[in-house]
Design a protein around this ligand. Structure first.
Ligand SMILES: [Zn+2]
Length: 56
């Protein structure tokens, strides 16, 4: 089983309540995974596929 990691903090998502995963808003293909912590600190992320940066 593949271990999912937060794209911002690189922490493992297993049993990480509050984490989210969604398709990249830029390319609609890459799966963005964000931990609860990353959301709380509003950590930025960059899609390795298209270069889209968020959450802003
Ligand atoms: Zn993308």
């Amino acid at each position: 089983m593949e271990v999912k990691r937060c794209i911002s903090t690189n922490e493992r998502i297993t049993n990480n309540v509050g984490s989210v995963s969604f398709k990249c808003p830029g390319c609609g293909d890459y799966e963005i995974i964000r931990s609860k912590k990353a959301r709380q600190i509003v950590a930025k992320y960059t899609c390795p596929k298209c270069g889209f940066t968020g959450p802003n």
